[in-house]
Write a protein that binds this ligand. Structure first.
Ligand code: EPU
Length: 468
């Protein structure tokens, strides 16, 4: 296991190019199961979650490889295996999105239930409700979802997929994929409007599907006989873009986040404006504007956020926003309505000197906090990102343990932050205590063989290593 060691206080400057979106690429990879022709994703990010998804697909009989130009090519077997086991699904919740495609193309799917995770209870009842509406018979046995299509295949229908917390991203994705090969028309009401769902729909349409209404809560899918292959570049990762922008803002630096979609980050930009944080934007870039962080008059104004489904403030940027608000001039309230327990970062931010009080689904942040470096523990992907942000501005040295969480969703984050001027290194966390030797600095780029080797590591995955 690796850790990050950060010397805080450096001002970030420069350009950073956003990678392909993690949450877009995972269901797009699953969509390859709907066809026997190849699907090429030129900009699939190099993330451990992507490698895990490729492992799931290989287990199902697909060929999956990364070409020398970085593109990922996947091709489903003529007759894939129908069972996605707990071994893979537990690592990454996104792998539940193989359920709909397998069921639609092969009439049967056995997929491990993903279970809860550190950010809270994450049921899949809405996925199952939608697939049942298409005629599937679904049982849950021994922790697995066993789904069977009726004789003659799935049949389109009208359904409402909203739940107590609003729409479901992967639930919409799963049902939309299944409906592409169902007979007749499917109408999903209460569909997720997230850009990642739109991107999946765009990819499916390139493969020959007939989907309209993408980006609205009413998606219409007219089933087709078969889908073909496609080449599809996924949208830039809006959460990665937001994270680097906040890094620039927190350090008072000039960070230009390139290859991003500012229109996917409207609420973040609106909230930054409200916090009186200066930034500039163009059609595909956003840049923080430098200021003197010692000038308290220039500090961000306390600004509340409430996480809600798109286009509102994304839960996946809640922890990073909290890190920013620790620097604000006063009290801000953060309310998490998607995952009410997604506050694992609070205790660790407090170790760095933040003042935060939890009250139900809200957290009250009192700034400005004199952040100072300390050893902290990453608990999930976005919590880890918040700790990195706090470490960049904390006085002295911050050590962030268990950074494998961050490798799931940020490609080479430490190298890219270093290129912006941050003092951050990746160190093997198993260095013997008390040694005078300098720690081993590592470079990690997930590869297929690397992912396999990691699986063979005798240390195994700790119990907390759960899907986000
Ligand atoms: N929900 C249900 N029933 C369901 C499905 C969801 O009640 O059948 C509830 C959830 O418990 C939650 C809410 O609905 O309260 C929204 O969950 P959703 O299904 O939208 O989440 P997801 O599709 O499992 C994706 C992202 C998450 C992101 C959420 C919300 C992927 C792989 N994951 O999860 O990303 O937080 O949407 O935007 O796309 C991350 O990247 O760090 C991450 C956790």
């Amino acid at each position: 296991m690796d850790k990050f060691v950060i010397e805080g206080g450096r001002t970030l400057r420069g350009k950073v190019r956003v990678c392909g979106s993690k949450n877009a690429v995972l269901p797009v990879l699953a969509a390859s199961l709907l066809s026997d022709e190849p699907l090429v994703i030129p900009n699939a990010p190099r993330l451990s979650d992507v490698e895990s998804m490729l492992d799931v697909l290989r287990d199902l009989g697909s060929t999956a490889s990364r070409r020398s130009d970085g593109a990922v090519l996947v091709q489903s077997a003529d007759t894939p295996a129908d069972c996605a086991s707990w071994d893979h699904v537990r690592k990454m919740r996104g792998s539940i999105s193989v359920l709909g495609p397998l069921l639609a193309r092969h009439g049967r799917a056995v997929v491990s239930q993903p279970g809860g995770c550190v950010i809270g209870v994450r049921p899949i009842d809405l996925h199952l409700k939608g697939l049942r509406a298409l005629g599937a018979k679904i049982e849950t046995e021994h922790g697995y979802v066993v789904a069977e299509a009726p004789k003659g295949g799935l049949k389109g229908d009208e359904m409402y997929l909203g739940g107590p917390q609003g729409s479901t991203v992967l639930g919409t994705a799963n049902v939309m994929m299944a409906a592409t090969l169902a007979r007749g028309r499917t109408v999903i009401h209460g569909a997720a409007c997230e850009p990642e769902v739109v991107d999946l729909g765009d990819c499916l349409n390139k493969m020959g599907a007939k989907i309209s209404g993408l980006g609205s809560p009413r998606i219409v899918i007219d089933g087709v006989e078969r889908l073909g292959g496609a080449t599809h570049a996924v949208i830039p990762d809006r959460i990665e873009a937001g994270t680097y922008l906040i890094a620039g803002v927190m350090t008072g630096g000039a960070v230009r986040v390139e290859n991003c979609r500012p229109d996917h980050l409207t609420v973040l930009l609106e909230r930054l404006g409200e916090a009186r944080v200066p930034f500039q934007q163009g059609p595909d870039w956003i840049a923080s504007v430098p200021y003197d962080v010692r000038d308290r008059a220039r500090a961000p104004q306390p600004t509340d956020v409430t996480t809600l489904p798109y286009p509102a403030f994304p839960t996946d940027l809640q922890a990073q926003w909290m890190a920013l608000m620790t620097l604000a001039n006063g009290m801000s309230v953060i309310t998490e309505t998607i995952y009410s327990d997604r506050y694992m970062h609070v205790a660790e931010l407090m170790r760095l000197g933040a003042t935060v009080r939890r009250q139900g689904a809200s957290a009250i942040v009192l700034g400005p906090a004199p952040l100072s470096g300390a050893p902290v523990m990453a608990s999930d992907l976005r919590a880890s990102a918040a700790l990195v942000l706090a470490g960049l501005v904390a006085k002295g040295t911050t050590e962030i343990h268990r950074v494998y969480h961050i490798d799931r969703g940020y490609e080479r984050i430490e190298e890219r932050l270093r290129a912006l001027g941050a003092e951050i290194k990746r160190v093997d966390d198993r260095e013997p205590a008390g040694t005078d030797e300098p720690p081993t600095v590592k470079t990690v780029v997930p590869t297929e063989s690397g992912a396999k080797a990691a699986k063979r590591k005798p240390t195994g995955a700790p119990a907390t290593r759960r899907a986000t």
